[in-house]
Design a protein around this ligand. Structure first.
Ligand SMILES: C[S@@+](CC[C@H](N)C(=O)[O-])C[C@H]1O[C@@H](n2cnc3c(N)ncnc32)[C@H](O)[C@@H]1O
Length: 636
């Protein structure tokens, strides 16, 4: 390097002294330092540039995730095992109080191992009680691992819920270590897997099944955001929060669903503001007396044992999910992820619990028929009952800095994961429209797509989650594209990460037949799906009405064409009085959800109509609706 170059480079690295005219620190100094030590990108050599370009394009082309669905398969098997155990426990005599007492003593008094006469007729002789009963092969620790975790390090199995824990101890304490209960076929399969690992490798016998191969990730590692420590809550606050957490988690556990936590790192509000009578519903609806519940007698049943091909599934005959050749396909991959192959507005028809017996299917009685109790058999396997599986993503309801409480998962979530169902009280649409706009933020129209001008053959309904509902009622709004100020280009805000719930499933999420809804009855379930890979503790957001983008575009271009924006400006100025900022990430967005805004916009609509800015009444109504979070309210 020449001396001149050396001198120039040293000089560039040398910090220069900047003095500010209109600013100084408290101590009177007004100097800051500036260095020229930035990387000079232009100095990269050609091969270096080429290599970086290659690496960058390669990282986009590599499939990052494995496709094995460990969540659903595990939960499904686990749920089956749980049901089997429950049935077994029910069929067994009541536990003997003396045995229970001895069990507790053994637990709390170290090595004391009392022997008791066994009163369980199934087990015969005397048994010894041990402090550490051998774990059942049916109960591996529950691992909420995800495919984001590249090394499998730091993966912590989530402890089993209380009901699960007590269930395990109940079943394992009544027998000698050497004795094993007879296993059902699914348990036997699991058992054989475990025995194989016992013989090949030592201690892995009681560990959960090996997770799928770790994903390959090129590019910067994904950092899981660290949790800020909770603000220490006083005793009353802590007790309130814990109480609600336990109540909701135990309701969820009854449906074999993962726990729900409440966290507030922002202020000292103990829990969200819920009606005192609020009732948690993990995956079912409650119907208002004014709603006629669909008859489960019209459930469409199919005769397959293994539902893996939609074209073999009778219940898919009525589905609109068909390729151009008319062949049906499922909305899910074999590993239980949403396949994003459903057109907007099409109802996904999931299989239900009903399976026709061979006799009736052979006699050609068709797939649509009244269900006899004898027809209700358990399917062996079904790829098409995904939203009905118990939720295995643990949920944290947390206080946000700006818009009340929000929702986030405590584990990484993979794209296509079906997260849960919007539950609540099903009410007729007319009743729903009487709810004031401030309270309508917890309401979903069940047939929003159909309501947009298409004739429907059934009454319209909404789900209201003010008095009944689950964690989904706390999901906040983020529009797909955002900027509702007039005559501005649409801005892309940070997109929402879970999809709008147009993915209607037509069967219920419980094994209980009364919760299975026949297709096209206008009372579908609304399921939420992860639209992208979501990191643990990233807020779930979705667009309450994604069609807003198209409507906005259309109206904006219409207004531009007419070039008469004076009335718009006047009315808009009036309208934004009272609107709240929207916390979607764009500073150009307003959250217009106050009654005054509604009336201002009504006025605005009529001004536009009268001035000919919008030609037809329908346009005005659509236009009005886009500024309201519950659009179909205004569409007639
Ligand atoms: C379905 S609730 C969501 C849960 C709510 N944050 C809570 O604490 O109960 C919808 C309400 O949350 C608020 N909200 C949701 N998304 C918002 C956003 N992007 N900007 C401002 N407020 C929002 C509005 O008050 C809206 O009526």
């Amino acid at each position: 390097m020449e001396f001149r170059d050396y001198w120039r480079r040293s000089w560039q690295r040398w910090p220069s002294n900047v003095r500010w005219d209109n600013w100084n620190r408290e101590d009177g100094t007004n100097t800051t330092w500036e260095t020229a030590e930035t990387i000079n990108h232009s100095s990269w050599s050609k091969p270096e540039k080429k290599r970086r370009k290659h690496l960058a394009s390669e990282s986009l082309e590599i499939d990052v995730f494995t496709t094995t669905d460990i969540h659903n398969t595990e939960t499904y098997l686990r749920n089956q095992a749980y049901q089997e155990k429950l049935e077994k426990a029910r069929s067994e005599p009541e536990p003997d109080p003396f045995t229970e007492m001895a069990k507790l003593m053994a637990k709390h008094q170290g090595n004391i191992q009392p022997t008791m006469p066994n009163r369980n007729p199934l087990q015969g002789k005397e048994i010894a009680l041990h402090n550490t009963p051998e774990p059942l092969p049916l109960d591996p620790p529950r691992a909420h691992s995800t495919s984001f975790n590249t090394k499998g390090k730091g993966k912590r199995p989530v402890p089993p819920s209380e009901s699960e824990a007590s269930d395990v101890s109940m079943t394992s304490v009544h027998r000698k270590p050497s004795q094993r209960p007879s296993l059902t076929s699914s348990a036997k399969k699991r058992r054989s897997r475990i025995i194989r690992s016992e013989s090949s490798e030592d201690h892995r016998a009681i560990l959960p099944p090996t997770p799928p191969s770790p994903p390959i990730r090129i590019g910067p590692p994904i950092k899981t955001p660290k949790r800020t420590p909770s603000i220490p809550a006083n005793n009353v606050t802590a007790a309130k929060r814990k109480g609600l957490q336990q109540a909701w988690s135990s309701y969820a556990a009854k449906q074999a669903a993962a726990p729900i936590y409440f966290v507030n790192d922002i202020d000292d509000e103990a829990i969200p503001d819920l009606d005192p009578s609020f009732q948690y519903l993990e995956s079912t609806y409650i119907y208002s007396p004014a709603v006629e519940k669909p008859s489960d007698g019209f459930l469409v049943s199919c005769s397959c044992d293994y539902c893996i091909e939609a074209r073999n599934c009778d219940c898919q005959d009525g589905s609109d999910m068909k390729n151009p050749q008319g062949v049906s396909f499922f909305a899910y991959t074999h590993s239980g992820f949403f396949a994003f192959n459903v057109q907007h507005g099409i109802e996904v028809i999931e299989c239900n619990k009903v399976r026709l017996s061979f006799r009736s299917s052979k006699s050609g009685s068709g797939s649509m028929r009244n269900v006899e109790p004898s027809d209700v058999l358990l399917r062996t396997h079904c790829d098409n009952r995904v939203s009905q599986r118990p939720r295995d993503v643990p949920i944290e309801i947390f206080k946000t800095a700006s818009y009340g409480w929000g929702v986030r998962p405590t584990v990484n979530v993979q794209k296509g994961k079906v997260l849960g169902i919007y539950t609540g009280l099903v009410i007729p649409r007319a009743e729903a429209e009487a709810i004031s706009p401030e309270l309508s933020g917890y309401r979903f129209d069940l047939d929003g797509d159909e309501a947009e001008g298409i004739e429907v053959g059934h009454p319209l309904h909404s789900v209201d989650s003010r008095l009944y509902g689950n964690w989904t009622r706390f999901i906040n709004y983020r529009p797909l594209a955002c900027n509702n100020l007039p005559l501005q280009p649409l801005l892309l805000a940070q997109p929402p990460n879970i999809s709008r719930p147009t993915r209607y499933t037509s069967t219920g999420s419980r094994s209980d037949l009364s919760q299975q809804i026949p297709p096209q009855s206008g009372l579908p379930f609304i399921a939420f799906v992860a639209q992208e890979d979501i990191l643990a503790r990233t807020e779930f957001t979705f667009d309450y009405d994604p069609s807003t983008v198209d409507k906005l575009q259309a109206i904006k271009s219409e207004i531009k064409k007419k070039k008469n924006t004076k009335q718009w400006d006047i009315a808009f100025d009036a309208a934004i009085q009272g609107a709240k900022p929207c916390y979607c990430g764009s500073d150009q967005c307003l959250y217009l959800n106050v009654p005054s805004t509604y009336y201002y916009f009504l006025t605005l609509g009529f001004i536009l109509w009268n001035t000919g800015l919008v030609d037809e009444r329908m346009d005005i109504l659509v236009f009005l609706s886009i500024y309201h979070e519950s659009p179909s309210t205004f569409i007639m």
